[in-house]
Design a protein around this ligand. Structure first.
Ligand code: M6R
Length: 595
């Protein structure tokens, strides 16, 4: 959440366009407000406002901004409402320093009170400003800039990355504590950013700073020093060879649609990787002998944990406890120990709720393994070993391809644990493509019908409960309609009272559960509901449902992987038809690095 980018060039130039492009690449991290600052001699030009990059850049004329140093920030609001004054970057009291952060400074309130008492000018409620004043405090006491940053690091509690520059200087400084930060070295510039993809169009020579390091950027070099004692840290730059195609829309109108259509390719790549992975052996061995097995994640990743729990029990007879990450510490923290194993699942590998649970697990001696998409993320470094999801960049805020590969990873692990042949899974990538092709026309036709409603249910049972929950989450996330996911059999215990004429109820009917689902369908249909069923072709469903959306025939364990695709497509089309941008739903951020 929130994104920062900074650049230092050898000559003064128009930095505005560079900052706008960097901000556009970081948009997925937050789009409540945008700001840019350029530094040139004694002058700091700071422009910022509420809104998306394109709007704010045009309104504030970012493109005319000049300097040899520049900073931009994208905000996902936590401390302070989205407003111009809370937008970042921020100035210090005298206006000769400017800085911005991503992450969360948890003692923001206390520090602001101290700064006000010390006579500093505090203009906003935002913790990015607090970072600037934390440095100012030590400059006022006579410390050199670098030492002031080192001391500020000790005062700022929480997880964040922070960049700052001062007038009449030729450098930018940054530090990192728990949040991602990458530095890049180009021909006649250096830069840094919250993530790697936003740097790659500029340079492929990068340095990855670690927590507790201060980064100084000159136009021609990057220096790392320890916050502890200021000592120099040697680290050679690495060359990144990844293709940038992954972060382009590739002809699709939105990243989400592109990522939905990438699912067969990434599933194929994942299966190939899992077949040759030593980490799979290590994790399976631990799962076999664990006292209790916990599957831990948030949002979509938690739904994948629910699928995992069903697969492990149904296929391999191995009970596994799926748990939302923030609930792990209060509920199971006191009870877990070294005999237990946790699988921590996260697309970003940076979700704070997940990292908190991981910390609890490790402090209790539990074996902690990761399943993550972003290589080099905090989860991949903190877990004893981890499995990559092989999805490449997932830019769109709604997770799609990473969900599919999370579920597939669990299906693979359960199949292996059961001693079954994983070649049965090789059919999945083609089935995913067939499903998209088969369901797309019906989903497009259904879109205007469902878009008349702002309230609906999505019901599943057994291995499809997680799919119903995931479909409902996707619908809520990008259409802003209310869609509740639930166990189909629970519907009659209360929510049935919502049903009226044409009220939409979507059923995800696994091949093993058809008779039970038919009962549910009839319970709602006799009360006037429109019962839409995602299922394999089946005459019994045709006879009972208002509408069947057929997916290709497979088996009860592969079916959930296929059934989620029409729900992803439905959310996408409903969102677009409502005039929203499904890639960047309001109020959200792709990476949630706060509690
Ligand atoms: O990066 P993570 O998988 O840890 O993120 C967890 C959730 O924030 C995430 O899955 C969220 O629910 C998705 N945006 C939903 O599409």
């Amino acid at each position: 959440m929130c994104g920062i980018f900074g650049i230092v060039t050898s000559d003064e130039k128009e930095l505005g366009p560079v900052l706008i492009e960097a901000a556009q690449r970081l948009t997925y991290r937050g789009y409540d407000s945008v700001g840019a600052a350029t530094l040139s001699g004694s002058r700091i030009d700071l422009r910022k406002d509420v809104g998306r990059v394109e709007e704010v850049a045009a309104r504030c004329n970012f493109s005319e901004m000049r300097g040899a140093r520049g900073i931009t920030q994208l905000r996902w609001a936590t401390f302070g409402e989205p407003s111009r004054v809370n937008s970042q970057p921020h100035l210090d009291s005298d206006g000769d320093m400017v800085g911005a952060h991503n992450g969360n400074v948890v003692n923001n309130f206390e520090l602001r009170q101290q700064f006000i008492a010390e006579g500093m000018i505090v203009r906003s409620e935002n913790d990015g400003e607090t970072c600037v004043h934390a440095v100012e405090r030590y400059i006022n006491k006579g410390y050199e800039f670098l030492d002031a940053i080192r001391l500020a690091y000790g005062d700022l509690e929480g997880d964040y990355a922070f960049v700052i520059g001062q007038a009449n200087d030729d450098k930018l400084y940054a530090m990192k504590k728990g949040s991602g930060l990458v530095a890049g070295i180009g021909e006649d510039f250096t830069c840094l950013s919250s993530d790697l993809p936003s740097i790659l169009p500029l340079t492929r020579q990068i340095i990855r700073p670690q927590d507790g390091e201060i980064i100084t950027l000159w136009a021609d070099r990057v220096e790392l020093r320890s916050v502890r004692d200021g000592s120099l840290i040697e680290r050679e730059p690495e060359t990144v060879t990844e293709s940038m195609d992954a972060v382009q829309k590739g002809g699709y109108p939105h990243f989400m649609l592109k990522e939905i259509h990438e699912q067969s390719r990434v599933a194929r790549e994942l299966l190939h990787l899992l077949d040759g992975s030593h980490e799979v052996e290590t994790i399976l061995e631990k799962i076999r002998t664990a006292r209790h097995l916990y599957l831990i994640g948030c949002g979509t990743s938690y739904h994948a944990c629910l699928s995992g729990s069903v697969y492990l029990a149904q296929l391999a007879g191995r009970p596994a406890i799926p748990i939302l990450a923030p609930q792990f510490t209060p509920q199971y923290g006191p009870a877990v120990g070294h005999e237990d194993v946790g699988l921590f699942v996260s697309q970003s590998g940076e979700t704070k709720d997940v990292l908190n649970a991981l910390e609890t697990a490790e402090s209790r001696g539990m074996a902690a393994y990761g399943i993550a998409n972003v290589i080099g993320s905090t989860l991949t470094k903190a877990a004893s070993c981890w499995l990559p999801l092989c999805c490449g960049y997932e830019i769109s805020v709604p997770a799609t391809k990473t969900f599919t590969n999370q579920v597939l990873t669990f299906l693979y692990l359960a199949t292996r644990l059961a001693g079954l042949d994983t070649r049965s899974l090789q059919a999945i990538p083609d089935l995913l493509d067939e499903t998209l092709e088969m369901t797309a026309p019906q989903i497009q036709a259904l879109t205007p019908v469902l878009n008349d409603w702002d309230d609906m249910y999505c019901l599943g049972y057994g291995a499809t409960l997680s799919i119903a929950l995931e479909g409902a989450l996707k619908l809520k996330e990008i259409t802003y309609a209310h869609c509740e996911g639930m166990l189909s059999t629970e519907f009659k215990h209360g929510p049935l009272s919502a049903v009226r004429q044409d009220y939409p109820v979507i059923f995800v009917a696994g091949p093993a559960d058809i008779p039970l689902i038919i009962s549910g369908i009839n319970e709602v249909r006799v009360r006037g509901a429109r019962a839409i069923v995602i299922a394999e072709p089946d005459p019994r469903l045709e006879a009972n449902a208002s509408q069947v959306i057929p997916v290709p025939k497979s088996d009860p364990h592969i079916f959930p992987l296929l059934a989620v695709l029409p729900l992803q497509l439905l959310s996408y089309h409903m969102s677009v038809a409502r005039g929203y941008d499904p890639d960047f739903p309001r109020n959200l951020s792709k990476t949630l690095t706060v509690d």
